[in-house]
Unconditional design. Structure first.
Length: 190
């Protein structure tokens, strides 16, 4: 009886989780320049009294930020903590990708817009609670759940996904030097 109960407690949740979790699309890298050595899991790091549940990628202000998958821009949002942010769903709407601390959005980006992996959707910044001297992309992944909400999903560590994307980059967007000059504010360029 104890063995059966033990199996039920440990095996059943695993089987249920495997059955419910949709397949993650193969992700692209969210920045034009791939730097695999910068990647480390920061998911469980403590940040201001809570778990980070994301990864921070340090870059020069104005570096293009790209869609990691084909999908749709679900929400353009500004908040005290995340600053200028984007919530993007993958094509199945099972996963939500969160891009925060942006300097600004790509020209004409709007909610409901379909995007392709590699499309420029914004530019690295230090808005929200990020230090002005430390521009970076805060990138998070959430499983949306049955209601397909852009907030409140189940956080997933983005580190393994970005490590896989970095090991075989399929970057199709512009490099930092190819960014459209009309989309960049000259005051932010160093």
């Amino acid at each position: 009886m104890r063995i059966a109960l033990g199996l039920l407690i440990f095996v059943l949740p695993t089987l249920m989780g495997a059955a419910k979790r949709p397949t993650m699309p193969e992700l692209g890298y969210p920045l034009a320049e791939v730097k695999p050595r910068e990647l480390r899991s920061q998911f469980s790091d403590k940040r201001r009294g809570h778990r980070h549940q994301a990864i921070d990628l340090m870059r020069k202000r104005g570096t293009p930020v790209m869609a990691v998958a084909d999908g749709v821009i679900r929400k353009l949002y500004r908040s005290k903590s995340g600053g200028i942010s984007i919530y993007m769903f993958d094509g199945s709407k099972e996963y939500c990708f969160f891009y925060a601390h942006l300097d600004h959005y790509a020209k004409n980006l709007h909610e409901g817009q379909e995007v392709q992996k590699g499309d420029v959707i914004g530019y690295v910044g230090s808005t929200g609670n990020a230090r002005r001297s430390a521009p970076h992309l805060h990138f998070a992944v959430n499983l949306t759940g049955p209601k397909r909400l852009w907030t409140g999903g189940i956080p997933i560590d983005p580190y393994p996904m970005l490590l896989a994307a970095a090991s075989h980059p399929t970057v199709t967007g512009p490099t930092e030097t190819e960014a459209d000059a009309d989309d960049l504010d000259p005051e932010i360029l160093d």
